[in-house]
Design a protein around this ligand. Structure first.
Ligand SMILES: [Zn+2]
Ligand SMILES: [Zn+2]
Length: 247
């Protein structure tokens, strides 16, 4: 049976277009709301099928609602992705060339860092090395604020990391651009920026912090799932996604 796009799907897509990223709980609430408004059937476990129906119609327009994990809290998020442009050029309607260059170089620093973070001083220092057009420090600060507001990067205690939206949307670009540097998480196989690393020099696997929490939960003595060496890092507390904790 061909899956038809109904009014509930259209309403969901409209909200997705204006919000651009939402967590699983928000997506579930929106799904319920759209079905209620248009008196469509709503099965709590059918959100991904509902989204697949929308995605089938979005495909000819090179768009997709993509699901991915937040490196911060381990929750699932949904992002409306433009697949026609795979790198930061997708942002060229909102950002000038030198602003995009600053963003690219910020991504360089974050991807090549140990912990997926870069301090603001290091980013501001590259502002006057831009080849397109140099930025003053104050201008660079404004660009960074906008990138945070537009949900491309996160800022915490003077450090920047790539946002969930950015990682979900730009994963293919990051994998291609940083083929030699970027590693995937040993547990979930998505690219790993903010993560823990196995100390053993012959191993060195990476695991996202939330994946560490989930994997080692309840284990008395944590060992690397690849080389079996003792896992020396602090195990973060496992946080159950809100959508699951409600029931
Ligand atoms: Zn992971
Ligand atoms: Zn190891």
């Amino acid at each position: 049976m061909a899956r038809q796009l109904g009014d509930s799907h259209r309403r969901f897509l409209q909200s997705m277009m204006s919000i651009s990223v939402m967590d699983e709980q928000e997506a579930r609430a929106l799904y319920q709301h759209c079905c209620d408004v248009h008196k469509a059937q709503c099965a709590p476990d059918k959100l991904d099928d509902f989204i697949d129906t929308i995605n089938a119609k979005l495909q000819p327009m090179f768009m997709q609602i993509r699901k991915g994990m937040s490196e911060d809290n381990g929750f699932q998020y949904y992002v409306l992705v433009n697949m026609a442009e795979t790198d930061v050029t997708r942002m060229s309607s909102d950002y000038a060339d030198n602003e995009l260059e600053l963003f690219r170089k910020t991504i360089d620093l974050i991807v090549s860092s140990e912990n997926g973070k870069v301090c603001s001083t290091d980013v501001l220092n590259i502002a006057d090395t831009l080849t397109t057009k140099k930025l003053k420090k104050s201008e660079a600060e404004q660009v960074l604020n906008r990138l945070v507001q537009d949900k491309w990067i996160n800022e915490k205690r003077g450090e920047f990391s790539l946002s969930t939206r950015c990682i979900i949307e730009m994963e293919p670009y990051i994998r291609r651009m940083y083929e030699d540097q970027v590693k995937v998480c040993h547990i979930c196989h998505n690219i790993a920026l903010q993560c823990q690393i196995c100390d053993s020099p012959t191993c060195g696997i990476k695991i996202h912090n939330p994946c560490v929490a989930r994997y080692f939960k309840g284990r008395v003595e944590p060992h690397c799932p690849s080389c079996d060496q003792f896992w020396p890092h602090e195990i973060p507390e496992f946080r159950r996604p809100r959508s699951q904790s409600r029931r």
